[in-house]
Design a protein around this ligand. Structure first.
Ligand code: NAD
Length: 449
């Protein structure tokens, strides 16, 4: 759904006026309504390049091929849809020339809604400082390229990969080079072998047989996540507060999910959820901690109740639920957990000391949990949305809302579906290389960039 200014631009009657007024005219971002395609790269024009002495090129080629892609030997005049660059060999300042030469030649050739994935070396702490620095330089390059190409809807992301984890790039390539990465750009993820590998890696109907819980899913991002998980074949339980039970029931019967009216801050919520999933499903595979609230006030004007409510829903309830579900075996081995953080937690935000406290806490929480859960094959990540068009952002004052919407590389807000795409990907078996990351879905928002 287009926002007001975008709709003005796209209407033949008002488009000229919008241009004359110099209003932003955001590109139409590619989105997909269907579930995952087994061969997403089949009709794509792909370029795969590598710096000398890298270690990921063969795995990247295999990932592209498994998705039906055939990299071009020599790109000619036509536009390119996807560029994948193996920069794991970039270990000195001089090695950066390969980045320059490749993208200097290809930048103008990228099609609207094109995709760029740059893979950099993930070094151990204590590795050669120059190699470490050169790998980090790749991320700065990618973020800047994302800002240069964002107006065309092109996304540019970096995946740091450990040498022993290159086989785990397949799912990463499918997501970051796929249509689903619409509003995810300028991000850097680490691909590691921290989590035990799943036995089976389905890339379509990717969640068949899995049981998922999405908290706060009567509306907004949570509802979009529930729908997307259902599309991949999961059985989904939507949870929301008893006050919206009727709306929740109606929504669930429309989309084919189970409804559970429960306040996650209730003292008995962890025990009730544990009993519910054991009794009805024998356990739980996917836990999406989406429920969240804002109670915005400057710290001087904030009441203690406003502080406590936000801390209780956004942070304390999550740790309490995890404390039971992860430890009593309800969350099965191979599980996936995603926490909804926020760019507010990364950058801070005026009037949101309480909210930013909780959202920043979650980024450290997933990083700390990742190592503990890895042996059981459980991956835990955070997703930090920027400006997503939901009831929560509709409540913002007009000017702040317009700024949030426009101050990013694509000059528009994201849709709940965009956040749902990233969260769903992180819930799949194919995301087993990713754990402990916080990934923004923000159209490369300038706030906190
Ligand atoms: P929303 O307000 O539209 O939906 C949140 C849902 O959580 C509501 O249905 C609400 O009833 C439910 N909820 C609140 N307290 C609960 C409780 N105690 N127990 C159970 N359910 C409860 O919000 P949204 O915009 O869809 O955001 C979803 C998540 O994403 C939140 O964690 C939010 O902080 C985060 N986020 C959103 C944005 C954005 O732009 N929309 C940006 C950054 C982060």
């Amino acid at each position: 759904m287009a926002d007001f200014i975008t709709a003005l631009n796209r209407n033949p009657l008002t488009g000229r006026l919008a241009k004359a007024l110099g209003l932003p005219n955001p590109v139409e971002l590619a989105r997909c309504e269907a579930g995952y395609d087994a061969a997403p790269f089949a009709a794509k024009r792909i370029v795969l390049r590598a710096a000398a002495n890298g270690y990921a090129e063969a795995a990247l080629l295999a990932a592209l091929r498994s998705g039906g892609g055939a990299p071009l030997a020599q790109p000619e005049e036509e536009k390119i849809d996807i560029v994948v660059f193996d920069a794991t060999g970039c270990a000195t300042p001089a090695d950066s020339r390969a980045l320059y030469e490749t993208f200097h030649a290809l930048a103008r050739k990228l099609a609207v809604n094109g995709r760029v994935l740059i893979v950099a070396a993930l070094h151990e702490a204590g590795a050669d400082p120059v190699a470490l620095a050169a790998a980090r330089g790749v991320e700065g390059f990618a973020r800047s390229l994302g800002k240069e190409l964002g107006r065309k809807g092109v996304t540019v992301n970096t995946a740091y990969v450990a040498r022993d984890a290159v086989q785990r790039l397949e799912g990463v390539v499918r997501f970051f080079c796929g249509v689903q990465t619409t509003y995810v750009s300028g991000q850097a993820v680490s691909v590691t072998s921290t989590a035990a590998a799943p036995a089976h890696l389905p890339y379509s109907a990717a969640l068949a047989g899995k049981v998922a819980l999405v908290t706060g899913s009567a509306r907004g991002i949570g509802l979009a996540v529930a729908q997307r998980l259902l599309q991949e074949g999961a059985q989904v339980v939507c949870l929301d507060v008893p006050a919206v039970e009727q709306e929740l029931q109606q929504t669930c019967s429309r989309i084919g999910a189970s409804a559970l009216a429960l306040d996650i801050t209730a003292d008995d919520a962890p025990a009730r959820l544990s009993a519910y999933f054991r009794e009805h499903f024998g356990g739980l595979d996917i836990l999406i901690h989406n429920a969240g609230i804002t109670r915005d006030r400057t710290i001087a004007n904030m009441t203690q109740a406003q502080w406590e409510q936000v801390v209780s829903v956004n942070f304390a309830a999550i740790t309490a639920l995890d404390g039971v579900l992860m430890n009593d075996g309800t969350l099965r081995d191979g599980g996936r957990v995603v926490c909804l953080s926020s760019i507010s937690g990364i950058a801070g935000n005026f009037g949101q000391t309480n909210y930013a406290y909780t959202k920043a806490a979650l980024t450290a929480y997933v990083a700390a949990q990742a190592g503990r859960l890895g042996k059981r094959g459980i991956c835990m990540n955070a997703v930090a949305p920027g400006f997503i068009e939901t009831a929560m952002t509709a409540k913002m004052p007009f000017l702040m809302r317009e700024m949030g919407r426009r101050l990013n590389s694509v000059q528009q807000g994201g849709q709940p579906r965009d956040a749902a795409e990233l969260i769903t990907f992180l819930a799949t078996p194919g995301a087993y290389g990713l754990t402990g990351n916080t990934i923004r879905v923000c159209g490369q928002g300038l706030i906190g960039a």
